[in-house]
Design a protein around this ligand. Structure first.
Ligand code: 26V
Length: 792
């Protein structure tokens, strides 16, 4: 949009007066932010209304991305960027004498997700709007997001994330679009005009109220919607405090990704709640704009983001059969043509199953439909594929409903999130379904939004890019390839290093403020930011630090390094919490040792999330992507870190493989077993043997329990037991020697700053390939069958 600074100032003053009955100058930074957000929301409102009207008028096919998590990050800066008025607003703030930093920082970052899956969902919403696709989010408005993490004596302490305390100016409550969601009771089938109708008795009804947030496209005029549902009592029950609390409980908090979420009834309620509300509102809207329900798949695509919304298959069947009165075959054909599903993990313990009994109690009609889907599936495929295969592929097995199986059977497309992951799906967790439905399977490698991570997060780099190759990359990140021309330009390489240093100085300031730790921006900043899971092997990184520590104690001198961690552990995940305590203990040991001064430091920044990522990622020299090959579905921090010029230290896992293919073999430091090697080795692997045979490893494993790292008595024992008694599930000891060798290669490179910068350049230049804009366009072409109006 086009607006002058003067007009903006006028609008801003008016909004401040309207909301706070006061002059801008007298408001707190929070209030200044709130008034500003409302101005911006107003600016986008017309396009928002227009986009909706345009989609209806042109009968544009709509994508609905169903996800139990969204992590949009702070929206003020990104909305301004996407509207094309960030410079005008910043100039306006300056003119008003308002410092912009605290105003931007006053925004709460909605942590309505655990990690990669939730962040990906939000990146896709941003990308769909930015390519002019009609793509909307459907999810849950949790009253409390993922816990806020603090460290006390090195332990993770979880504090409730009261993100709505000051209100959320970007959302709009759509009370007029509320729907009823029914739980429990009985679903009775009664004869009705020669067929069966469903009559519900004694249901427990909850009101689902949508809160819509605009998803503003980058310079496109397209504004889509993220619709998050909040649970309230129905009006008849609203007088009762107990009923109100019971209803509200459904959307009270987000579940952390523990492996043992199954069996928790509230989680099942959450899933059905947003799935049912979402599908009901889609169908209501569809019938208003299109009429004939049989055309649904021509105009609507529903995407199932991981298995949490997989019961959408059953709920859509329910609506088509019971409400729209279609016959089974027709309803099924419509459902399969409408649904598609993405799998995000190979971890067996993370694949959702629900006891059918629980389904029968809570969702009796869906349970009936699940049994019928299962019966028809078996009847249709057993003769051809045999009962062994069909049993393993069926939705119901041993009284459990297998949500991934249901999702594949009820969708026309299923995909993994990186090449290796999509291949492994076909040979492991979904192998039987792949035999039956081979043509449904494809790969869609994840992507990130360079707008947030480069344009907003890394201004020094963005400016340098503009100066060097022009600004086309801002719209079409693949234009970054032009950077390769400068790989022999010493002046450019120097400026690239200088831009990185600006970010490092900024992060050093944050480390000082949060941890009271002084680190030198001239040291190598070695970053690992992601959820804490055994398979991601933060422990291997710690072992590398301890090896460096021992080398220093031995008088060895290496390039100075600052190790930066960000990671939350699920509250009930004991091992992950033990590793957190270990990292903090190693940090204390190293940071307080005078011998390590200016050589080695460890900074574990608490409460990793989108906002902290924006500060850490652009400051990284090294990106640690060190999961055991075959375990990380894709990873996305690997993409963000490459885009801001970090060198990747990586195993051949997830999207690392494709990053290496894009940036070139030399641009990544690869180590460790391949997935095939790891699989082949597993039967004969002995962690204890490795421990006995490698004196350095022996020493480091012993440090866990011999008191050389203070304050980790029980944690050290637990980790040692995982390694030696449980035989090191994720092959930390197996990859240790090669990990060290890879680190020595990094040290050697660090001695040649120009060469380092050249490799950073290769990464930045290749990063455009991982733009989420391209990813959603591949989904659009190959799965959803929608065309972007502004392709890149
Ligand atoms: C993993 C695990 C591991 C063991 C314990 C329980 C548990 C629970 C959940 C999960 C992961 C859930 C799905 C998820 O977030 N997957 C992530 O999705 C990202 C986006 O596709 C992808 O980049 C990450 O590799 C993948 O872990």
């Amino acid at each position: 949009m086009v607006i002058t600074t003067a007009q903006f100032i006028k609008d801003y003053r008016t909004e401040a007066l309207r909301w706070f009955a006061d002059d801008l100058e007298n408001l707190s930074a929070l209030q200044q932010y709130q008034a500003l957000a409302l101005v911006v929301k107003g600016y986008a409102a017309q396009n928002w209304a227009k986009s909706k009207a345009h989609a209806d008028a042109t009968q544009q096919k709509q994508v609905y991305y169903f996800s139990i998590e969204f992590m949009p990050g702070r929206l003020l800066a990104s909305n301004l960027l996407n509207l094309g008025i960030k410079d005008v607003v910043d100039a306006g703030l300056a003119k008003l004498g308002i410092e912009s930093g605290p105003v931007y920082a006053a925004e709460r970052d909605p942590g309505l997700g655990n990690g990669g899956l939730g962040r990906l969902a939000s990146a896709f919403l941003d990308a769909m709007a930015s390519t002019g696709m009609a793509g909307n989010g459907n999810g849950i408005r949790y009253r409390y997001g993922l816990f806020e993490q603090r460290f006390v004596d090195g332990y993770q302490v979880e504090v409730p994330d009261d993100w709505l305390r000051d209100g959320y100016p970007w959302e709009t409550r759509k009370e007029n679009r509320a729907v009823i969601v029914k739980f429990g009771g009985q679903a009775e089938l009664v004869p009705d005009q020669g067929r069966l109708a469903v009559v519900y008795h004694d249901t427990d009804d909850v009101l689902a109220v949508p809160y819509d947030t605009a998803m503003i496209g980058y310079h496109t005029g397209t504004v889509n919607t993220m619709r998050l549902w909040s649970a309230e009592p129905t009006p008849e029950r609203a007088h009762s405090l107990a009923e109100t609390a019971r209803a509200n409980a459904i959307t009270e908090f987000l579940y952390p990704d523990d492996s043992d979420t199954s069996g928790r009834e509230l989680r099942l309620r959450q899933e059905y709640f947003f799935v049912s509300a979402g599908l009901q509102s889609i169908i209501t809207h569809f019938k208003r704009t299109h009429g004939d329900i049989r055309l649904l798949p021509d105009f609507v695509a529903v995407h199932i983001n991981d298995t949490h919304p997989a019961m959408a298959v059953l709920e859509l069947m329910r609506l088509l059969l019971d409400e729209e009165r279609l016959a089974w075959e027709q309803a099924w054909q419509i459902t399969v043509a409408t649904m598609s599903y993405t799998n995000h993990t190979l971890m067996a313990e993370a694949l959702e199953t629900w006891p059918l009994g629980l389904f029968q109690d809570l969702l009796p009609r869906l349970a009936q439909l699940a049994v019928e889907v299962d019966r028809r599936f078996r009847a249709r495929y057993t003769a051809r594929y045999g009962s062994v295969t069909v049993d393993r592929a069926a939705p119901i097995q041993n009284g459990q409903l297998h949500m991934a199986n249901l999702a594949v059977i009820g969708s026309h497309a299923v995909n993994g999130v990186a090449k290796i992951h999509s291949e492994l799906l076909k040979t492991s967790v979904l192998a039987d379904l792949y035999q039956i439905f081979p043509s449904r399977f494809s790969n869609k490698t994840n992507g990130i939004t360079p707008r947030r991570w480069v344009q907003l997060g890394d201004v020094p780099l963005a400016t340098l890019l503009d100066d060097t190759i022009g600004a086309t990359w801002r719209r079409s990140p693949q234009a970054l390839l032009a950077l390769n021309k400068y790989s022999q330009d010493p002046d450019f390489l120097r400026r690239l290093t200088a831009a990185k240093r600006v970010n490092k100085v900024r992060l050093a300031g944050i480390i000082k403020d949060t941890l009271n730790l002084t680190v030198s921006p001239d040291a190598m900043f070695d970053v690992q930011v992601k959820r804490l899971h055994a398979y991601k092997r933060q422990l291997l990184h710690v072992f590398g630090i301890l090896e460096h520590y021992l080398a220093i104690k031995n008088g060895e001198k290496r390039p100075p390094r600052v190790h930066i961690f960000g990671a939350k552990a699920a509250p009930s995940y004991r091992y992950a919490k033990a590793v957190i305590r270990l990292i903090n203990a190693v940090a204390a040991l190293v940071n307080e040792d005078p011998d390590c001064q200016d050589q080695l430091a460890v900074a574990f920044l608490p409460n990793y999330g989108v906002s902290l990522a924006e500060a850490i990622i652009p400051a990284a020299d090294v990106s640690e992507q060190i999961s055991l090959a075959g375990t990380e579905a894709s990873g996305t921090s690997n993409m963000k870190l490459m885009a801001t010029g970090a060198l990747t230290l990586a195993t051949l896992d997830g999207a690392n493989i494709e990053i290496r293919d894009a940036a070139g073999k030399d641009a990544m430091v690869v180590f460790g077993l391949t997935e095939q090697e790891a699989t082949a080795m597993r039967p004969e692997y002995s962690a204890r043997e490795r421990y006995e045979q490698d004196p350095v490893l022996h020493r480091i494993v012993d440090m866990l329990t011999d008191g050389s790292i203070p304050n980790i008595e029980s944690e050290g024992k637990e980790i040692r037991a995982e390694l030696l008694d449980y035989n090191d599930t994720y092959f930390v000891l197996a990859d240790f020697a090669d990990y060290l060798a890879a680190n020595r290669r990094l040290d050697a490179l660090w001695a040649h700053p120009e060469e380092w910068a050249r490799l950073a350049l290769a990464n930045i230049a290749a990063s455009g390939k991982f733009s989420a804009d391209l990813t959603v366009q591949r989904y659009g072409r190959e799965i959803w069958r929608v065309l972007p109006e502004h392709p890149v």
